[in-house]
Design a protein around this ligand. Structure first.
Ligand code: SF4
Length: 298
């Protein structure tokens, strides 16, 4: 058990420079293994950003949500659209109490309600009122599961009555409470260039697809959606294999185009939507890009 915990710690060390204990009990009993630097109490998490917006992906698309983006990732996808939480992690440390307080007091900003792109696309989510309390929290990253104190944060948010979605690449087997596991396995094509990033290319490839770990996460979650970001039709066979390995129903699988502009999303929809439908998968546009463009805090 302790060995397993230290393996997770080692992963955290290589995923984020600030290493934390995974839970309070481990701080009391276990000595730190050589080479590990324990610098913060587990109740303060490094956060790249928090913001209130509408969920742009998956089955809760359009739902006003408070997003907590932890900083640090144990992978390095070449296309990562949140490099400030992975390639170049940044952010301040927040206590669990302060994050819960922000979540329960969150309101959808007026700017997200009057967005002309949403109106143009006839999206019904744009009619949410600005004064409605936000009841959904999305814990995302980076990779939230490597953030020490993560389980305690998820527990505190649910105790405060929030619906908690956890967005993860599913590479670390830790226990946490949630209402929805949003699992995004990283396909082979996500690996960064070996010549440019030799260390991260190796680590990424070794870590990205632990099927047993993903199945454990799925088995402990009350509801699951599995999302794939697809760059080309060359990835279709791999997706089908992973879905088979994970043993999730096709209806819980969401296919999303890789792209950060509306033009890229539109171009991908032409070849990706028919394939998704043919396999019984959900096609999931990345609505936050259509609504707000590719920018932080949305
Ligand atoms: S797993 Fe997510 S946060 Fe980490 S590098 Fe890949 S896309 Fe970025």
């Amino acid at each position: 058990m302790i060995v397993k915990r230290f393996e997770i710690l080692k992963e955290r060390e290589q995923g984020t420079p600030a290493l934390l204990y995974p839970d309070a009990s481990s701080r009391k009993g276990d000595a730190a293994p050589a080479g590990l630097h324990l610098v913060e109490p587990a109740t303060r998490l490094r956060i790249a950003e928090t913001f209130t917006s509408r969920q742009g992906e998956g089955r809760l698309t359009g739902i006003p949500s408070f997003f907590v983006r932890t900083s640090g990732c144990n992978l390095r996808c070449w296309f990562c659209d949140t490099p400030y939480a992975s390639w170049n992690p940044e952010g301040e440390r927040f206590s669990i109490d302060s994050l819960v307080e922000q979540a329960v007091n969150a309101r959808l900003p007026a700017s997200t309600e009057t967005d002309s792109q949403a109106a143009l696309h006839g999206d019904s989510a744009s009619v949410h009122t600005t004064t409605s309390p936000v009841r959904h929290v999305v814990l995302t990253g980076g990779e939230p599961l490597i953030a020490a104190g993560f389980s305690e944060l998820a527990t505190a948010l649910r105790d405060a009555g929030m619906h908690v979605t956890v967005e993860t690449a599913g590479t670390v087997d830790v226990e946490f409470p949630s209402d929805l596991l949003s699992l995004s396995p990283k396909l082979r094509a996500s690996t960064p260039d070996a010549a440019q990033h030799p260390k991260w290319s190796q680590l990424h490839e070794r870590r990205r697809m632990p099927v047993h770990t993903m199945r454990n996460l799925i088995s402990r979650s009350p509801a699951v959606q599995v999302k794939f970001v697809v760059d080309s039709a060359d990835e279709f066979d791999e997706i089908l294999r992973v879905v088979d390995d994970l043993q999730v129903p096709a209806n819980d699988v969401w296919i999303m185009p890789q792209g950060i502009t509306v033009e890229q999303l539109d171009a991908a929809a032409d070849w990706l939507t028919p394939w998704a439908e043919q396999n019984g998968f959900q096609y999931c546009d990345r609505m936050q890009i259509r609504w707000y463009g590719n920018r932080r805090g949305t």
